[in-house]
Design a protein around this ligand. Structure first.
Ligand code: FAD
Length: 365
């Protein structure tokens, strides 16, 4: 059975790219894994949210995936990873190697249910017990908080409805008429997978997809999207979708699918019926199943006892820490919700956490 220490300086919640990056940089500053810091993760294995993604997803199919900090020393890189294998396997093995190589103390499966303010301490309550901490770094990503917008008639729809987070593979939809909702790379990926397997696909988007004339997208270079996320986080607003700020990279695979007529966008339908989607102009499309590729929200329910939320719907996070409680740091949140952003957050947050613990300023390469 997994155990947790009664007291530790830093608890990092989440062992995805963001949590591992923070743990790595903290260690380099002398915050010792297993002694001064622990990482708690509810997943069964290494790989962050990647371990739960669908089998057909490949690494770097649309966005660039960055190596974790220091990984080149460990002798492996995403750049030379086998892109023919499922991303979930490649990333799982990579993160497992990283944890071992740098001796990070990741305890799993340990789900954090709540974080409480107990005067000068924070109490992290998890499935493995309670740990008192001075600082908490929240790196829980978004996978556990799928977002599905409301449309009239959703409850009447008699077919199957899945979200990106519960999509497994195209074979589950063999011979069915499938409605895919959403204008991002995941939606497009599903449409391509379903081609020739589903009887028919229909694609509904809220706004026309903005295709970028480049093969893959470095999310950090998507300055506009990062700035939009940063503004929202600083103002305590709900975070906007990344795709609304980046557009979708026009890979060769996507361009070829467009030529085949697989990617025909329709505007959003007006309502759903038991076996159909109905558009405002009266068009009725028979539908057996719906795939909602409609994004995620930050998964931070366990922080609710701390009352960090603003009326505007989000948590005000400036320079990585919650404005309402500067002992709570956020990695992989808003502008740092990409593999490169997570690395950047790790480096800067580790310094801030170290300073919050009373450590002297130290350079980090
Ligand atoms: P995650 O990888 O989600 O890790 C969070 C961890 O926290 C998980 O391991 C989870 O188990 C744990 N956790 C959550 N809640 C709790 C709790 N209460 N208690 C304990 N543990 C908890 N970015 C890119 O840069 N390139 C890409 O190609 C790319 N592709 C993507 C494809 C999809 C389909 C999606 C959804 C996102 C993609 N992203 C991509 C964004 C991607 O999510 C981030 O880049 C990055 O991997 C997220 O890292 P993270 O550490 O913030 O979160």
């Amino acid at each position: 059975m997994v155990s947790v220490p009664a007291r530790v300086d830093v608890v990092v919640i989440g062992a995805g790219q963001a949590g591992l990056s923070v743990a790595y940089y903290l260690q380099r500053l002398g915050v010792r894994p297993g002694v001064d810091q622990i990482v708690l993760d509810r997943g069964p294995g290494a790989g962050g949210a990647w371990q739960h993604r669908w089998a057909a997803l490949r690494l770097g199919s649309a966005h660039r995936v960055h190596d974790l900090p220091g990984m080149r020393r460990a002798g492996i890189s995403f750049e030379t990873a086998d892109r023919a294998r499922p991303a979930r396997d490649v990333v799982g093995e990579y993160y497992a190697h990283y944890e071992r190589f740098f001796g990070l103390d990741v305890r799993r499966p340990v789900a954090v249910a709540a974080v409480y303010d107990r005067g000068s301490d924070l109490v992290v309550r998890s499935t493995a017990g309670e740990t008192v901490a001075r600082v908490v770094v929240n790196a829980t990503g978004t996978w556990g908080a799928p977002f599905v917008p409301y449309y009239p008639g959703m409850r009447d729809f008699a077919g199957r409805q899945v979200h990106t987070s519960t999509y497994r593979d195209a074979a589950e939809f063999e011979g069915q008429r499938v409605l895919v909702v959403g204008g991002g790379t995941s939606a497009i990926g599903f449409l391509l997978e379903l081609e020739g397997v589903a009887a028919k696909t229909t694609w509904a988007v809220r706004r026309p997809v903005d295709y970028l004339q480049q093969g893959t997208l470095d999310l950090e270079a998507a300055v506009n999207a990062v700035a939009q996320q940063d503004d929202a986080a600083r103002e305590g607003r709900a975070l906007p979708s990344i795709v609304s700020g980046t557009g979708v990279p026009l890979t060769r695979r996507i361009a070829a699918a467009m030529e085949r007529g697989v990617l025909q966008e329709r505007p959003m339908f007006g309502h759903l019926e038991a076996h159909a989607a109905v558009w405002a102009d009266g068009w009725r499309e028979p539908v057996d199943a719906i795939v909602w590729a409609t994004g995620f929200r930050p998964d931070i329910r366990h922080l609710s006892p701390l009352r960090l939320h603003e009326k505007a719907g989000g948590v005000t996070v400036a320079s990585g820490a919650a404005e309402r409680d500067p002992r709570i740091f956020f990695a992989g949140y808003g502008p740092t919700a990409s593999t490169v952003g997570a690395n950047r957050a790790g480096r800067s947050l580790a310094r801030q956490v170290y300073a919050a613990l009373g450590g002297p300023t130290q350079p980090l390469e």
